[in-house]
Design a protein around this ligand. Structure first.
Ligand code: KIV
Ligand code: NA
Length: 270
């Protein structure tokens, strides 16, 4: 197997081959997910909640993201893994200036990330352009952006109604223009996510709680294994239930995403 790359993701996109992504925070889970055929691993700042026991992702620091990115990258190297590694820029590590974002992104790239992800639209466009021009692949993140949960007023569906949908669409198109090659769409209506996917030919939409019309899907590892501290979100499916092993659960996830059977718009979407 050849390493996953931006050209390879674009080819998958054009072939209609769904892109699979799971979060990974340590060496072993990264290696197992890679072996299960998951193309993209996200070192998400959700690790604040699932690994550190925080109430939100707001408290996650760059130092912590570097630590987990290092672990994931080492795990993949050990097994000569081919997965594309995306690392989250945590809250406070990119908002101040383009230069601050570049410094933080460089630290994640040094740790082994292939791409960095940052949340929000509008003001982030120039930051994305700055990073992409300097050779850093960038994934955007629109819809429910957990780092701003306190400003949003809770974890709820975003982009509902004409006005909100139009703003989200403009943000997404501007981010593609600025060079973002991937965008996570979190908790947005399935129809809006599907329309955006048609409009963004070079920026691959990765959905979570966004229906099955996106170019790919992502889930938090612990959620899809049925391990969670609180209430399970509606968009999650427990793939461990009918699998004999973690590897089996990941393979079932990959199969379901590729076949278009997960997510089921009737059960997991808005
Ligand atoms: O941190 C994370 O796990 C994420 C995904 C839910 C997209 O950002
Ligand atoms: Na995140």
């Amino acid at each position: 197997r050849r390493p996953v790359s931006l050209p390879r993701l674009q080819q998958m996109r054009e072939a209609g081959d769904k892109i699979t992504m799971l979060t990974a925070y340590d060496a072993t889970f990264a290696a197992v997910a890679d072996a299960a055929g998951v193309e993209c691993l996200l070192v998400g700042d959700s690790l604040g909640m699932v690994c550190q026991g925080l109430g939100s992702t707001v408290g996650v620091t760059l130092e912590t993201m570097i630590y987990h990115t290092d672990s994931v990258a080492r795990g993949l190297r050990r097994v000569q893994g081919t997965a594309w590694v995306v690392s989250d820029l945590p809250f406070g590590s990119y908002q101040e200036s383009k230069e601050q974002a570049m410094r933080s992104a460089s630290a994640l790239m040094h740790a082994g990330a292939h791409m960095v992800k940052l949340e929000g639209g509008g003001w982030t466009t120039e930051t994305v352009r700055f990073l992409v021009e300097r050779g850093i692949p960038v994934c955007a993140h629109l819809g429910l952006t957990p780092q701003t949960v306190h400003a949003l007023g809770g974890y709820r569906v975003q982009g509902k109604g004409d006005q909100a949908a139009q703003t989200l669409r403009r943000h997404a198109l501007d981010l593609q223009d600025a060079g973002a090659t991937m965008v996570v769409l979190e908790m947005v209506p399935a129809q809006l996510a599907a329309e955006l996917t048609q409009e963004l030919a070079h920026c691959h939409t990765i959905g979570i709680g966004a229906g099955n019309g996106t170019a790919g899907q992502v889930l938090v590892l612990h959620d899809m294994l049925g391990m969670n501290l609180g209430k399970m979100a509606k968009f999650v499916h427990n793939f461990m239930q009918d699998a004999g092993s973690v590897r089996g659960a990941m393979e079932a996830y990959v199969r379901a995403v590729k076949a278009g059977t997960f997510p089921d718009n009737a059960r997991h979407a808005w």
